[in-house]
Design a protein around this ligand. Structure first.
Ligand code: MN
Length: 438
């Protein structure tokens, strides 16, 4: 079990002064991991975000600044992805975090070592972020009961929530090859669609391109084929969280999804935020999971935690904003479409991971388990346009007078995540952004 320690102290400040700004997503209490490149030919290096800088882990290790388990962890950051570090496990992650926190905090000897800062820190503005792990498998769940109910009500008004929903965490196997880092343009996909009144389907660019606001959990140590990970052990297999935009072509989805679920309507692109906020950093923001309404079934025993129940949920707000080409040309700020929270999910991260292995399916370091669209109970907590516009029936009117049922070419969709709680320093996730192109 993870416990808070000196790295979570809200009084901690860094000698990287930008990290001390209340607006920074990356204060010293956060220390998220990512993979960055200095130019297009750079295969990538493991880094940690601190304020407006990236700490180069290979350089930190080469300087001899890590010891013991922290040194072992640092040695596993020599590659071009986070998989080796993810596979090590909590003892090593915690040691590395403690040593990086000590290195970066105000008063550390590192601040006064001539030339050291220049050797281990890079300005974040000058780097390109990569997908942080070699993602072998990507699974997308459907863990928001609000989203599931809203979507169900559009397609099946009389029977919005299917009878299995409250018993079994629903998911589908996604496509790992088309996961891209924030900032990558998203090309409007072609697809086969059939309007209800048409005699036969046609092929063309989707007319119903949508986003989905989600979180993604990176698997740490994997599990062996045939083994089941118990609910109380599940979190030791989770490394950290990023933001996920599961771009979706709704018209393609409507025609193709029965009977085996989404396929080409989702697999053309999935954008993730490049910084992975560790479960260690998230400790101050763990909360009890959403209380199941009276009358809902209790989770079956294999999904019912016996310990750490009060910290099984995550307080993590996701904001989605939209800026159209015309808004940018007229100098208008992006507008916020929604703000929802992962604490409202029906299933916890541990339940999702345990369910995934309950048939003996093995997980590997770097696998990505996404939550599914995170929506809440109110209008401003709807995490997709499908829900906000009632499948296009009630288009949004933008400050330019433009209307949106679904996304148009040139639209920018930006997701931002943050964890805030009294007594803790706010931590952020950076951006998960994409622009639509035709
Ligand atoms: Mn999804």
């Amino acid at each position: 079990m993870r416990t808070t320690n000196a790295t979570h102290d809200p009084a901690l400040r860094s000698w990287v002064t930008a990290a001390n700004s209340a607006e920074s997503d990356f204060p010293i209490q956060n220390l998220p991991f990512g993979v960055y490149a200095r130019d297009a030919g750079d295969a990538g290096r493991v880094g940690v975000a601190i304020g407006d800088r990236v700490l180069d882990l290979r350089a930190v290790h080469a300087e001899g600044l890590l010891v013991g388990d922290g040194e072992i962890a640092g040695r596993h950051c020599a590659g071009t992805d986070l998989n080796a570090l993810m596979g090590l496990g909590g003892k090593y992650w915690s040691a590395l975090r403690a040593q990086l926190s000590a290195l970066l905090r105000e008063g550390s000897g590192a601040a006064h070592t001539p030339g050291l800062a220049e050797r281990i820190l890079v300005p974040a503005a000058g780097v390109m972020m990569r997908v942080p792990a070699a993602i072998g498998d990507y699974t997308d769940f459907y863990a928001s009961v609000h989203h599931a109910t809203n979507v169900g009500s559009l397609f099946r008004p009389d029977n919005p929530l299917l009878p299995n929903y409250k018993w079994v965490p629903i998911g589908y196997h996604g496509r790992a090859s088309s996961i891209v880092p924030s900032g990558t343009a998203v090309r409007r996909p072609m697809g086969q669609t059939k309007p209800a009144d048409a005699a036969m389907p046609t092929v063309g660019p989707t007319k119903a391109l949508d986003y989905e606001a989600e979180i993604g959990m990176f698997v740490g140590p994997g599990s062996d084929l045939g083994d089941r990970v118990s609910i109380d052990e599940a979190e030791s297999h989770l490394f950290g969280i990023c933001l996920v935009n599961d771009w979706s072509a709704r018209d393609v989805q409507t025609w193709e999804y029965q009977p085996l679920g989404p396929f080409l309507s989702k697999s053309f692109a999935t954008t993730i935020s490049p910084w992975v906020v560790t479960f260690d950093a998230l400790l101050p923001f763990r909360v009890p999971p959403r209380v199941r309404p009276a009358g809902d079934p209790a989770p079956l025993p294999y999904l019912a935690a016996t310990r750490d129940i009060a910290t099984a949920g995550v307080e993590l707000a996701i904001e989605v904003s939209l800026a159209t080409r015309e808004m940018r040309e007229r100098g208008m700020a992006a507008i916020r479409l929604s703000r929802s929270n992962a604490r409202d999910l029906y299933w916890t991260p541990a339940q999702l991971l345990t369910h995934h292995t309950s048939n003996g399916c093995n997980l590997r370091p770097g696998d990505l388990l996404a939550s599914g669209t995170i929506s809440g109970a109110t209008r401003d907590e709807l995490g997709s346009l499908l829900e906000l516009t009632r499948r296009g029936a009630t288009p949004l009117t933008l400050p330019t007078g433009e209307r949106r049922s679904f996304l148009e070419d040139g639209d920018d969709v930006v997701m931002r995540g943050s964890c805030e709680r009294a007594g803790a320093v706010r931590i952020g996730f950076g951006e998960c952004a994409g622009r639509i192109r035709g």
